[in-house]
Ligand binder design. Structure first.
Ligand code: UDX
Length: 445
């Protein structure tokens, strides 16, 4: 009999995981405490912008014409316990208010809600990003609360999906990592992932702590790579060198590679910043804080890029923002996403506004989210509208439509042809040829 799978928490990770499990052929029940989310997903709609996810939902959610009917959503935890052979926990672990540590309350609540209803042997699989040591703690809690005791087993299976590529990353991951304590748990997870593993995706079996650490280490490495090149950008600025050429030259060394080596405004989003902070906090608790002091520097380098962008913009405005109009292109933390969590673009827009400029923001997808978070900024309907009358244009999220902008068309509406490329993707030659002052982070003026 095919396994029946449940997914607890239907945010980014959970909604994608549920739809992809249905795509792999399983019967899937998604659970969320929020009835609005359940209704939205049942209607075949996704509450965020994620290319390909809505199509996948409609293909599998019961009740849609031509759907496989393999996917349903509920807010009944009893139904989840009754239905599932394998339960994936996909709730989020945000940064705690006022602290670096991760807030584990959603994960704990999910286990506490589910466990008392587990009356037959099951596997609960954590996918959330958690501090190392959590799985061991949760396994004990699960066994103590579940009527079946130890036969309600835990496994840890971190998730590495990127927003904007969530469906592709879930169906075709680089690797699968499972932290398990029994052959039974490993066998069940091999069954769940038989399709990708059959296609050759590496399947790495570890203990709990290692599986938890793989995720923290992966995100720390990525953040470090970005901050490394941004540190080089700072040096380039002082030395009059060009970080884009530097990065390109480095990328030909296969040991270094070119991915995640784009200098610019740095990283944001719901993962990298909070994950490196939670990792430092956890290492401190374990007495290993010295091993991760470099991550504090990684974080500082990243935040300094935002201040540097504000400084450059002020310079371009003649030394002060009062009475100046600034266009900000981009609000999402990266292109192909409407996620504005810890968005470098909005952080810069907010700082400039607070210093007295009139800021107009445009983003292809993230306007609604941005408006909710920063109601004080002005929002324009297009890049051209945002740029109308601007003394300086800031390119802060590298959407394709911004990469393709025509310097002449934009030049016709601005007050002054000045552009700051916060992502180092525009062609300085073309912009300068159209009479623009082009400046970028880590590049000579
Ligand atoms: C990240 C990890 O990539 C993913 O594996 C993990 O599961 C969750 O965190 P995500 O937050 O979706 O995914 O974003 P990612 O594509 O990694 O980009 C992170 C940030 O780094 C963005 O703000 C992006 O603009 C920035 N970035 C990326 C750079 O500044 N330079 C680069 O070269 C690459």
């Amino acid at each position: 009999m095919t396994l029946r799978i449940t997914v607890i928490g239907t945010g980014y990770l959970g909604a994608t995981h549920a739809a992809c499990m249905a795509e792999l052929g399983f019967e899937v029940l998604g659970y969320d405490i929020d009835p609005d989310k359940v209704a939205t997903l049942t209607a075949g709609r996704v509450p965020m912008y994620e290319p390909g996810l809505e199509e996948l939902l409609v293909r599998h959610v019961a009740g849609h014409e031509g759907s496989t009917g393999r996917l349903r959503f509920t807010s009944s935890v009893e139904e989840v316990a009754e239905f599932g052979d394998v339960h994936f926990v996909c709730v989020n672990t945000p940064q705690k208010g006022g602290e670096f540590a991760a807030d584990m309350s959603y994960v704990d609540a999910a286990v506490d809600a589910l466990a008392p209803h587990l009356t037959r042997p099951t596997l609960v699989v954590g996918k959330s990003t958690v501090p190392v040591g959590s799985a061991a703690r949760l396994a004990a809690r699960l066994a103590s609360l579940a009527p079946v005791g130890e036969r309600a087993e835990l496994a840890w299976n971190p998730e590495f999906l990127r927003e904007g590529f969530a469906v592709g990353d879930t169906l075709h991951p680089d690797r699968l990592v499972v932290g398990v304590r029994s052959e039974r748990a490993e066998a069940l997870l091999r069954e769940v992932y038989a399709t990708p593993v059959g296609r050759g995706v590496p399947f790495v079996v570890t203990d709990f702590a290692t599986a938890e650490l793989v995720k923290a280490a992966a995100n720390s490495f990525l953040a470090t790579k970005i901050s490394f090149i941004n540190a080089m950008a700072e040096v380039c600025e002082s030395a009059g060198a060009d970080v884009v050429q530097l990065s390109r030259a480095l990328s030909y060394d296969e040991r270094i590679g070119g991915k995640f080596l784009n200098a610019g405004l740095g990283f944001g989003g719901g993962c990298l910043p909070k994950d490196i902070r939670a990792f430092m906090a956890r290492a401190g608790e374990l007495g290993a804080d010295q091993a991760l002091t470099f991550l504090r520097e990684v974080d500082s380098i990243n935040m300094r890029r935002r201040s540097r962008m504000v400084e450059l913009a002020r310079e371009q405005c003649g030394g002060g923002f009062l009475g100046r109009r600034v266009a900000v292109l981009g609000a999402a933390f990266k292109p192909n996403s409407d996620d504005i969590r810890d968005s470098p673009a909005l952080n810069v827009a907010g700082q400039i506004q607070l210093q007295g400029a009139q800021v107009a923001v445009y983003d292809p997808k993230a306007m609604d989210n941005a408006r909710k978070m920063f109601p004080g900024l002005a929002y324009a309907e297009s890049a051209l509208e945002a740029a109308r009358g601007a003394h300086v244009v800031l390119h802060l999220t590298e959407w394709q439509e911004f990469r393709e902008m025509d310097p002449e068309a934009l030049g016709a509406v601005v007050a002054e042809r000045r552009i700051l490329d916060g992502r180092n993707v525009l062609d300085p030659v073309a912009w300068r040829a159209a009479g623009w002052t082009y400046r970028a982070l880590g590049r000579p003026s």
